[in-house]
Write a protein that binds this ligand. Structure first.
Ligand SMILES: C[S@@+](CC[C@H](N)C(=O)[O-])C[C@H]1O[C@@H](n2cnc3c(N)ncnc32)[C@H](O)[C@@H]1O
Ligand SMILES: O=C(O)C(=O)C[C@]1(C(=O)O)C=C[C@@H](O)C=C1
Length: 247
């Protein structure tokens, strides 16, 4: 994967444009997400481990909002269930192009990996096939809030018995003190990873119109409303968490 450091917000911008998953972001994305999301490498690797427990023979594993395919690669490292295949979906052409290159690289280094199809498309318009694992790794927060329940309901309807949705998100907190503390600690995490105050502030204004985090309670209630029977948080680091939702 690209080792190019994320300096996208290092210079003062007269106007900070809304954040988009464009070519500039694609070039620095592995560095950006690792330095911005506490626990990201742990979440991605263990998503593969968890998926292996839920994968059902001859079924589809979805990686929705796959970006450069980090989750798809983890699924292919860990899932050994017969007849499974991965469908990775993203609506950013720049992400999809690079994702395909990285997956070709994985294919050339390892044998007997699960087959994978990378689809450039909107997950809101996707016709879901029967699936045993659906990963939404930091993607739902970029979907318009009023579209989230319908998407989760369609995912729930596509899930096979024994399968699971794994949902990772940035959280907000209803308690103002808890929200302020974890936001400050997240800023400290970014600072410790080499981001300047300017980079942190400009990135925040770039994402505030396009990324709308929910609270853990909102996630739980919406997942239950979508028809999931059980919601189990399995990871939290500061204001980032990952949940298992069972059909
Ligand atoms: C934060 S990134 C996800 C990171 C990735 N899952 C990982 O673990 O490395 C969010 C991704 O969701 C994609 N995305 C946002 N809205 C989408 C939509 N409606 N349909 C498909 N992809 C979408 C973006 O293009 C972006 O690549
Ligand atoms: O909350 C932030 O400040 C972030 O940078 C988070 C986040 C994310 O959660 O996806 C936002 C955009 C980038 O894709 C990388 C990280």
């Amino acid at each position: 994967m690209s080792k190019e450091p994320d300096r996208l917000f290092a210079q003062p911008l007269s106007q900070v444009p809304d954040f988009a998953f464009n070519e500039d972001v694609v070039r620095v994305f592995p560095d950006m997400i690792k330095r911005s999301v506490p626990g990201y490498p742990t979440i991605v690797e263990n998503l593969g481990v968890l998926a292996a427990q839920f994968a059902q023979p001859n079924s589809v594993l979805y990686d929705l909002g796959a970006s450069l395919g980090a989750v798809t690669q983890a699924l292919r490292r860990h899932v050994r269930t017969d007849g499974c295949r991965v469908i990775a979906v993203d609506n950013s052409a720049a992400m999809v192009e690079r994702c395909r290159e990285y997956l070709n690289g994985q294919d050339s280094m390892f044998q007997e990996l699960l087959p994978v199809e990378v689809v450039e498309g909107d997950i809101l318009a996707l016709q879901f096939q029967p699936a045993s694992v659906v990963a939404l790794n930091f993607t739902l927060q970029f979907i318009a809030p009023d579209e989230r329940l319908a998407l989760l309901s369609r995912i729930r309807q596509s899930l096979l018995p024994g399968g699971a949705l794994i949902l990772s998100e940035k959280l907000r907190f209803n308690d103002p003190e808890e929200h302020a503390l974890l936001t400050d600690l997240h800023i400290a995490f970014k600072r410790a990873n080499g981001y300047s105050e300017l980079e942190i502030a400009q990135k925040r204004s770039a994402i505030e119109n396009v990324m709308k985090p929910d609270s853990l309670e909102e996630h739980r209630e919406r997942l239950l409303a979508a028809g999931f029977s059980k919601v189990v948080p399995w990871f939290q680091c500061l204001n980032f968490a990952s949940l298992i939702a069972l059909p």
